[in-house]
Design a protein around this ligand. Structure first.
Ligand code: SF4
Ligand code: SF4
Length: 134
C-alpha cells in the first residue's frame, strides 16, 4: 500500500498542472482589497496556466446574425437564455450558464462562440459583464 501511495505522489509531482495556482503569493485578509492591488499593478501575481484548445469560456453572442428561432432557448438546460419578444433576440445570463455548449451546437446561424474568458465571477450577477444583451 505505501508503495502505491508513493508512486501516486511522484506521478502527481511530475504531472503538468491543470489548474491555476492561487493568484496572489500570500493569503490576503481581504480578497477584494487584494484584487484592487492586483488591478493597480501593485502586487505581483502567479500567472494563469495556458488556456487549452477548445476551452469553454464566456460565450460570445452575435446579435446581428440571430434570426430569433428560439432553438437555443429550448435546449438551454439552465435557463441562461431568455427570449426577448420585443426584439426577437436572446438575453444571456452568464451567471446561470453551465458552459454545456448546447446553444453553440444547435444555433443554425452560428451566433454563439466560446471564448477564452474565464473570469466570470462577480458581485452583481445583473451587471453588464454578466448579462449579455440585457
Ligand atoms: S452553454 Fe449551455 S447553459 Fe450556457 S447558455 Fe448555452 S445552452 Fe445554456
Ligand atoms: S439559435 Fe441562434 S438564431 Fe436561433 S434564437 Fe438562438 S441565437 Fe438566435
Amino acid at each position: 500500500m505505501p508503495t502505491t501511495t508513493i508512486y501516486t505522489l511522484i506521478k502527481q509531482l511530475l504531472t503538468k498542472k491543470a489548474t491555476n495556482p492561487f493568484p496572489v503569493k500570500y493569503t490576503p485578509d481581504n480578497m477584494h482589497a487584494a484584487a484592487e492591488l492586483i488591478e493597480k499593478g501593485e502586487v505581483e501575481i502567479n500567472p494563469p496556466v495556458e488556456i487549452p484548445e477548445n476551452y469553454r469560456g464566456k460565450i460570445k453572442y452575435d446579435k446581428e446574425c440571430c434570426i430569433g428561432c428560439k432553438l437555443c432557448v429550448r435546449v438551454c438546460p439552465s435557463e441562461a437564455l431568455i427570449f426577448k419578444e420585443d426584439e426577437s433576440k436572446v438575453k444571456h445570463y452568464v451567471s446561470r450558464c453551465t458552459f454545456c455548449g448546447q446553444c453553440v451546437d444547435i444555433c443554425p446561424q452560428d451566433c454563439f462562440e466560446f471564448t477564452d474568458e474565464f473570469l466570470v465571477a462577480g458581485l452583481d450577477k445583473e451587471s453588464e459583464d454578466l448579462v449579455i444583451n440585457p
